[in-house]
Design a protein around this ligand. Structure first.
Ligand code: PHE
Length: 342
């Protein structure tokens, strides 16, 4: 085989091997194998001694060209390897500062809060404003201004937690009626969601802490029809078409006339079921026309203005909505229960 062919084979072998090389060590090994002291090309150079003096210059030229060529090939591969290394390093070290951080596990809204937010949405949509008041309340607002004087029998019905003679845990959200009327002028349109307290023994339907949402409208010419229309709109918006209200006569010292209001049972749509104990109705709120005495005590001229008020029991509604069988579940904070309301 002539020298040209041998070199050609060497070149072919090199380009095949170079393809496969992917680290410096193998590359160096290949260099040594061809260009090293005992390398294949070096051997060719050594063999030149056996050639005739006429052949030597051409052979020397061939071998030198080959050495240059092979060196260039090795260098090209080395450059490519470096570039690859850099690329992977960059890839590995790359920090995408715009990538959103992993979110901590999300909690879930409490069923009472879900119901409360829906109602707030509904009433603010009708022009009501949300106000909040203290849970530790003066007897004056909780009772006196609500037309429940000391020694009034209605106080018994409220099972009050007294802090002292004048301070109580509010037994209803109604004191916010008085606080609002004393600080604002009609037209007044407010709702007040919040916690209320009564010293009841806890059982499936009672808890010493529960939730109400008070509503109050005071303006000229407000009538019972406005109350009915507002509550019907609320029933339909929050519970869907076909859900309406039923008013039953009742008594509250701060409203006259007073009514207890039932909603069509949303579990059976009024047909009668276990949830509504076969009646087709669920009692969820007390309401009425603001007693003129209350208006007057709160500095509003009852000959010019009238109003309506309502107090919705939020826990009852949440229980009905989610078919929760025991009120205590709402307050035990069991994650297995709460996690169901995602
Ligand atoms: N405050 C009453 C209760 O707790 C509910 C109510 C509010 C009734 C407003 C009439 C008007 O039972």
């Amino acid at each position: 085989m002539g020298m040209r062919e041998t070199i050609d084979q060497m070149r072919q072998m090199m380009s095949q091997e170079l393809e496969k090389v992917c680290d410096k060590q193998t590359l160096e090994a290949l260099r040594v194998r061809v260009l090293g002291k005992k390398g294949e090309l070096t051997a060719l150079l050594r063999g030149m001694g056996q050639l005739s003096p006429e052949e030597r210059p051409a052979a020397g030229q061939l071998i030198n060209d080959a050495r240059e060529k092979f060196t260039a090939m090795l260098e090209a591969r080395q450059d490519a390897l470096r570039a690859m290394e850099r690329a992977t390093a960059l890839q590995r070290e790359n920090i995408d500062v715009t990538e959103p951080a992993p979110l901590p596990p999300a909690g879930s809204a409490h069923p009472v809060n879900i119901v409360m937010r829906e109602m707030v949405d509904c009433f603010t949509g009708m022009g009501f404003e949300v106000v909040e008041g203290p849970e530790i309340e003066l007897d004056h607002y909780n009772f006196e201004l609500m037309n429940i004087p000391k020694n009034h029998p209605a106080r018994d019905a409220q099972d009050t937690f007294y802090i002292d003679d004048n301070i109580v845990l509010r037994t209803h959200t109604s004191p916010m009626q008085a606080r609002t009327m004393l600080t604002r002028k009609p037209p007044i349109r407010i709702i007040c969601p919040g916690r209320v307290f009564r010293s009841d023994e806890a059982d499936a339907t009672h808890s010493p802490v529960f939730h109400q949402m008070e509503g109050l409208v005071v303006d000229r010419d407000v009538t019972m029809a406005d109350l009915r229309g507002t509550l019907n709109a609320f029933a339909e918006r929050v519970y869907g078409k076909g859900i309406t209200t039923r008013f039953r006569p009742s008594f509250f010292p701060f409203t006259e006339p007073s009514t207890e209001v039932d909603l069509t049972c949303s579990a059976c749509h009024g047909k009668g079921c276990r949830v509504c104990k076969g009646t087709g109705w669920i009692e969820v709120l007390g309401a009425g026309m603001v007693n003129p005495r209350v208006l007057e005590m709160c500095g509003i001229d009852s000959t010019v203005y009238s109003g309506f008020a309502f107090g919705i029991g939020l826990d009852r509604i949440a229980m009905m909505r989610y078919a929760v069988p025991d009120l205590r579940l709402m307050y035990e904070g069991d994650a297995r229960f709460l996690g169901q309301f995602r």
